[in-house]
Write a protein that binds this ligand. Structure first.
Ligand SMILES: C[S@@+](CC[C@H](N)C(=O)[O-])C[C@H]1O[C@@H](n2cnc3c(N)ncnc32)[C@H](O)[C@@H]1O
Length: 301
């Protein structure tokens, strides 16, 4: 397995067309790395899709395993899907073909089951907040995480999911890593870099990790309490793994993190020197992020 190999991995028309909040490159990466995790772990471990939405990432993972396993029957019911399965305004607006007529807060498990179709029998589904789901009692071969909306869920992943990964074999795929809104994720992954090796990147947001050693039982909120300068240095370390747009995005994560920490003066100090880089590198989406996070007068002349 070499970085970048996933780029030539074929995906089915079904996966390409699945409604999902994923770039084609991310669909390919999930499929490829789930297949690799199966090859490394064989009969051991679960394939966890933490944040399924209507099933795109899950279809990608199952399809990847299907391509390398003797048969899906031989793999068994080892796929675990977690989601709130509750519609919000973004979903209704962006996926009108599937969500038309739904109201915010309405359940959408039916859409999920339609999308995963004949894969349904392979999947154990947990509806609701992942933090309240029954704890897993097995190791994890493949962990796809697309659910880290808060420090709290991030802490759950650290406490309950990472310790189940198998060193040298399991693979960890983080959506929303190259993304300014969830600074807790790059901060944590850099802090725990003794345990995880950054391995690959799939545009636009996904980072892929190998597991270097067994992750210990630890307090998942510990990283939230680190000194702000340490957290900013960790965000710099994450940004420095990338160039161009991706680096700009992670630089914005610093701005947003400081803003969330209620340090407006430091926002100015961080935002001002990198302002040009942000404007040059960031997409419309990340530019709007900086506007949401920072008063306009601080970042424009
Ligand atoms: C970005 S979407 C996932 C996209 C999906 N992986 C795909 O392939 O399109 C994030 C999902 O996480 C779910 N989610 C967020 N916080 C959660 C929580 N605490 N427990 C369970 N699901 C959660 C949301 O309902 C949402 O569907």
């Amino acid at each position: 397995m070499k970085p970048g190999d996933f780029r030539t991995w074929p995906i089915s028309d079904r996966l390409a067309a699945a409604p999902a909040m994923l770039h084609p490159s991310e669909r390919r990466a999930i499929s490829y790395f789930a297949g690799k995790a199966y090859q490394f772990c064989r009969t051991e471990g679960l394939f966890v899709d933490a944040g399924s939405f209507v099933g795109g990432s899950l279809v990608a993972a199952i399809e990847g395993v299907e391509r390398v396993a003797p048969s899906l029957g031989a793999v068994g019911q080892r796929f675990i899907a977690y989601d709130l399965f509750k519609a919000n305004e973004y979903m209704i607006e962006k996926y009108p073909d599937h969500f038309s007529g739904r109201k915010p807060g309405e359940e959408f498990l039916d859409i999920f089951y339609k999308v995963i179709g004949d894969y349904r029998g392979l999947v154990e589904v947990h509806k609701g907040d992942i933090i309240d789901a029954p704890r897993l009692d097995s190791r994890i071969a493949f962990l796809f995480v697309d659910i880290l909306w808060s420090w709290k869920t991030n802490a759950f992943a650290i406490e309950e999911l990472y310790p189940r990964l198998m060193p040298g074999k399991s693979l960890l795929v983080h959506q929303d890593f190259v993304y300014p809104y969830y600074p807790w994720l790059p901060i944590s992954m850099e802090y725990y870099s003794d345990y995880f090796e950054f391995f690959d990147y799939a545009e636009y947001s996904t980072a892929i990790y190998r597991v270097k050693k067994s992750f210990p039982k630890t307090n998942g909120l510990f990283v939230a309490g680190l000194d702000i300068d340490v957290q900013l240095a960790l965000l710099d370390a994450a940004a420095n793994r990338f160039s161009g747009w991706a680096r700009g995005c992670l630089t914005l994560a610093k701005v947003i993190h400081l803003w969330q920490k209620d340090s407006p003066c430091r926002v100015v100090r961080v935002a001002t020197p990198c302002r040009r880089a942000i404007w040059q590198r960031a997409s419309g989406r990340t530019v709007s992020a900086i506007f949401q996070a920072t008063p306009r007068r601080l970042i424009t002349r």
